[in-house]
Design a protein. Sequence first.
Length: 166
Amino acid sequence: MTRVSDILGGAILAIAMASGAMAQDKGQVTNLPIPRYVSMKASEGNVRRGPSLSHRIDWVFKHKDLPLQITAEYGHWRRVMDRDGAGGWVHYSLLSGVRTVIVDENMLALRAKPDNQAGVNATAEAGVIARLGQCLVDWCRITAGGESGWVRKTAIWGVDPDEIRE
């Protein structure tokens, strides 16, 4: 026979587990969302196997403003991933909260309005790093090389599909 206390205990455990999972959605150091996007502040940054100077350098990111996704935090270290899934641990001082994106489509039209029929202000080649501006449900405004315009979220990397920005 099932007791009410067993049912309530199970419910409390489920709630505790759910709230624990939700707590993991925030960084233990900064209390900011995990994952989240940032960019490289420096023009060069060592990517290490672990979160300390004693860990081996696996490679070096060599592009200022490169968008990265933070997937974990440990002290002054952030585990990051680039659009190709490559990553590791970098010191937080090498990162900036300035949001940038990488253009994924070649000759991407930067439109005057968030509409496929709107006029084209400029085009961007695949691989261009642009500053991220306002984002609607399906569109974001980006700026690169002095040109600005609206692009579909699916054409860029560095913004979540459901992210809205003012």
